[in-house]
Design a binder for this molecule. Structure first.
Ligand SMILES: *[C@@H]1O[C@H](CO)[C@@H](O)[C@H](O)[C@H]1NC(C)=O
Ligand SMILES: *[C@@H]1O[C@H](CO)[C@@H](O)[C@H](O)[C@H]1NC(C)=O
Ligand SMILES: *[C@@H]1O[C@H](CO)[C@@H](O)[C@H](O)[C@H]1NC(C)=O
Ligand SMILES: *[C@@H]1O[C@H](CO)[C@@H](O)[C@H](O)[C@H]1NC(C)=O
Ligand SMILES: *[C@@H]1O[C@H](CO)[C@@H](O)[C@H](O)[C@H]1NC(C)=O
Ligand SMILES: *[C@@H]1O[C@H](CO)[C@@H](O)[C@H](O)[C@H]1NC(C)=O
Length: 580
């Protein structure tokens, strides 16, 4: 999941000025020297020493053995009526289609903890949070919710919601501590996900696995990460190992999570350390994008090869897109309508068009960057890229508003030195969340999360647009949606925290709109995954922003989980609308 990256400016999956202001690097130490052979324990220790070089050691959780499910588990008392009866939607007769995936979603860095255990190597997140604590709100992913040891009880707690699927990510540095092709594979790392997947399956919950949710092995970051095309081979090697190990049990795969956020921000994380030779923050997303698309398509080709050789089960594979089609600030302004299309091209089309349509970038992007900056694909490459997704997956939290950049669209498009170039959208957060009539587009989320408003009333419209723009024979999956309850972090008592009204309203409104999209608009929506089962490590906001259906007490030794009211609301929605 994304979250407020820069508290005052950017971002979300829904709102990323591509030419975002680079974070001015405080003094931060150099990345570790790349390790390209040998790969001894001493080499691994050296990588961890680089993480800890500023004197902040990696810590362990209080619980460091796998907890078994509770024999006496219960969800506890049922909550009281949540909404007044008159609000009961008349969607009560409607059903979700057969086979609908109802799930929750997590990501390795955000939940696992145990970063130095089981032979895992460091990721870019371990490195940056330890070396430049302000980047991660002074926290680290060392422990977070300790899923590595507490997953069995967590699966038990989530099962009580009635989910039939669970989306999680595999940490590349847990499988390959050095990341690179030819470097050793950690059997302990592989075993962890075996156990995790088995526990889901045993509970009747279908696993959905993501290969990459932003945790680049630090040893590859030192070699340029996704700005270096040679990572395509490293990723394919990692993907191949993972497919072969779990491909009989996992039938739904995702290669990359939110490629836009990754390429626009984290591909050069920490800061600009991986940008070399005249590459800056405006250009780097467009150097990352072709490498990421090629890595995705190559892994999909590997996956399909393994399936056709009968080595793994037949399943399906895609990529979790981010981005959206904003509403024009002034619906009567041709320029605002045009800039809304431009935002959709740059944020969504950059990855969706090559993969789902024809192997090319949108015209507006090709017009902006010569091939020397944005690598064009050869016909051979296009053949493996187009069609490299069996369904359309998107993390669709909300939509925003697009207003033309000051000075006008034409002036901006033709001037590469214009601060709004290349998207040419006004990046003022006010104009991205309100319209020409002065009204906001919806209730705002936590103020630390400036990118997010509850715009559920517009999601049907967005789904219609999406299914026309990028039709997929495998249907659409909303692979993440969720909401940060305003000011939740400030609430000291459980009785204040557990009544998470804005989150619950967002989720219920969204789910009911989805029900209507399916039944009335005939949108081929086949699954929805809620971000997220419990509060966790929200990247740069760490534990300061809350998306969880469950509260986690980060001060309690057992990291105690408590259900919020949204958990029950979602459970009851699906009890009513999911076909039995
Ligand atoms: C379940 O059992 C444990 C240990 O035996 C106890 O501490 C806990 O309170 C029990 N929980 C419930 C819900 O009864
Ligand atoms: C909801 O109720 C309204 C008014 O009675 C009706 O027009 C509409 O068709 C109903 N929608 C559904 C999905 O039942
Ligand atoms: C790109 O990666 C390759 C292989 O790891 C390495 O040899 C090369 O030096 C890297 N390039 C840069 C600019 O770091
Ligand atoms: C980024 O680099 C390009 C090409 O060198 C240059 O035209 C542009 O002004 C730079 N942008 C920023 C924000 O530095
Ligand atoms: C969190 O745990 C601490 C330590 O056990 C306790 O003092 C505190 O009341 C708990 N907070 C909440 C919100 O339950
Ligand atoms: C372990 O529990 C203690 C309270 O007993 C707490 O202060 C400490 O932060 C916990 N450690 C971790 C890593 O969670």
């Amino acid at each position: 999941m994304w979250s407020a990256l820069l508290r005052t400016t950017v971002l979300s999956a829904v709102l990323i000025p591509i030419a975002y202001a680079q974070i001015s690097p405080p003094d931060f130490p150099p990345l570790p020297v790349p390790i390209t052979s040998g790969y001894t324990q001493t080499d691994l220790d050296q990588l961890w020493q680089s993480v800890e070089q500023n004197g902040i050691p990696v810590v362990k959780a209080n619980i460091t053995r796998v907890l078994e499910p509770l024999a006496n588990f219960s969800v506890g008392p049922e909550p009281p009526r949540f909404r007044p009866a008159y609000l009961q939607a008349n969607t009560s007769g409607l059903r979700l289609p057969e086979g609908f995936l109802y799930g929750v979603s997590t990501a390795a860095t955000q939940v696992e903890g145990a970063v130095k255990e089981g032979g895992r190597g460091p990721s870019s997140w371990d490195w940056i949070c330890h070396n430049v604590p302000s980047t991660c709100s002074g926290e680290t992913p060392d422990v977070t919710v300790n899923e590595y040891y507490q997953y069995k009880q967590d699966i038990q707690r989530v099962k009580a919601m009635g989910v039939n699927t669970f989306s999680f990510s595999i940490a590349w540095p847990r499988i390959l501590p050095f990341g690179s092709k030819g470097s050793p594979v950690s059997e302990k790392g592989l075993k962890f996900y075996d156990d995790f997947i088995d526990e889901l399956v045993k509970n009747g919950i279908e696993p959905v696995a993501t290969l990459f949710h932003w945790d680049t092995p630090i040893n590859l970051m030192s070699q340029g990460g996704f700005l270096n095309r040679s990572i395509v081979e490293d990723f394919n090697n990692y993907a191949s190992i993972v497919f072969q190990r779990y491909g009989k049990k996992v039938k739904t795969w995702i290669t990359f999570n939110e490629p836009l956020v990754y390429c626009a921000i984290y591909a050069t994380f920490p800061f600009d350390a991986t940008q070399k030779g005249g590459v800056n923050a405006t250009l780097s997303p467009f150097i990352c994008a072709p490498n990421l698309i090629e890595a995705h398509a190559t892994a999909v080709q590997t996956y399909r090869g393994l399936v056709s050789q009968g080595k793994i089960a037949k399943g399906k594979i895609s990529i979790k897109h981010d981005g959206q089609k904003p509403l024009p600030f002034d619906p009567d302004s041709e320029s605002d309508r045009e800039v809304a299309d431009r935002v959709a091209d740059f944020y969504l089309g950059l990855f969706s068009q090559p993969i789902h349509v024809d192997g090319n970038y949108p015209q507006s992007i090709e017009d902006s960057f010569p091939p020397s900056v944005l690598r064009r694909f050869t016909d051979e490459e296009k053949d493996i890229i187009k069609g490299s997704a069996d369904f359309y997956a998107i993390d669709a939290y909300a939509v925003t508003v697009a207003k033309t950049a000051p000075g006008g669209l034409e002036a901006c498009i033709s001037d590469v030195n214009n601060v709004y170039w290349p998207v040419c959208q006004d990046t003022n957060p006010v104009t991205q969340h309100s319209r020409v009539n002065g009204w906001p587009i919806g209730a705002t989320a936590d103020p630390a999360n400036t990118g997010l408003s509850d715009t559920t009333q517009h999601m049907r419209e967005f789904l219609k647009w999406l299914s026309e723009k990028y039709p997929s024979p495998g249907g659409i999956y909303i692979t993440e949606f969720g909401f940060t309850e305003p000011f939740e972090v400030l609430l000291p008592e459980l009785y204040q925290i557990t009544w998470d009204e804005r989150r619950a309203n967002y989720l219920l409104d969204y789910l009911n709109e989805a029900l209507l999209a399916i039944n009335e608009d005939k949108i081929d929506l086949r699954g929805m995954f809620i971000w997220t089962p419990f509060d966790n490590f929200e990247w740069r906001s760490a534990t300061q922003q809350k998306y969880g259906l469950q509260h986690v007490n980060f001060s309690a030794p057992g990291l105690d989980r408590t259900y919020k009211i949204s958990f029950f609301q979602v459970r009851d929605f699906f009890r009513e609308h999911l076909l039995k």
